[in-house]
Design a protein around this ligand. Sequence first.
Ligand code: ZN
Length: 121
Amino acid sequence: MSAFSEEIMRKVYVRQKGRCALCGRSLDWLLKNTAMHSFQYHHVMPRMTGGKDAEDNCVVLCTDIDPVKGDSSKDGCHYRAHADGKYRSGVVAGPEMFAFSHGHEYARHELWIRRVRQAAL
Ligand SMILES: [Zn+2]
């Protein structure tokens, strides 16, 4: 669901020295040693409020890190950024919209878009 190019994702990963932008842990280490199976390239400013698919609007965050719970996507920093409703100064979709913005109900993305537009008012 990320719209960032391979090149931008590579640059962001290098810029952050392979670490999550929020917790600072090594993403490689998390992949090898926890149940985390992916990490997330996150738009600081959402696309629908004008955020660009550009390097300076991109951070990489950990996700899926709890090895015990199995279904653990809510424990990662990516989820937390959304749960807080912001990443730094950027407004992002709230947790109730997470499934629509990034999860299995991505097809209903419109709901998330409306939520983001309201939050940005
Ligand atoms: Zn993290």
